[in-house]
Ligand binder design. Structure first.
Ligand code: SF4
Ligand code: SF4
Length: 106
């Protein structure tokens, strides 16, 4: 029984190994903006990128093809890009994290 509560505590405090960060841990923290490109000619609409996105930036259209629903939520984790079996999705930074990044550069 004690072991159970210990495990719950551990789960609440540490991220599971291999899990993508959701970005919801620090919602107030500014992050860079990203552009998400889906290459239709290579995409086979398997839905893996949608399933793996921890920020629900991607969704499926009425034909089951992936679409970008909310690029502003993207943290650039590249989980979608890494797991796409056909190299059909690409994430790139288009704007830095504003003031915070400028401070770091100084
Ligand atoms: S990089 Fe991909 S998986 Fe990560 S948040 Fe952005 S769209 Fe989602
Ligand atoms: S993982 Fe790649 S092939 Fe599968 S739906 Fe996403 S972009 Fe298309």
């Amino acid at each position: 029984m004690d072991q159970e509560s210990g495990s719950e505590k551990e789960l609440g405090q540490s991220q599971e190994a291999g899990a993508a960060p959701t970005g919801d841990e620090h919602p107030e923290k500014p992050h860079p903006e990203f552009e998400i490109d889906i290459f239709r000619d290579w995409c086979k609409s398997c839905g893996i990128c949608v399933a793996f996105c921890p920020r629900q930036c991607l969704g499926l259209d009425e034909n089951g093809a992936p679409v970008v629903r909310d690029a502003k939520r993207c943290t650039g984790c590249r989980w979608c890009e890494i797991h796409c079996p056909d190299f059909a999705i690409c994430v790139r930074e288009i704007a830095p994290a504003g003031e915070q990044k400028a401070e770091e550069a100084d």
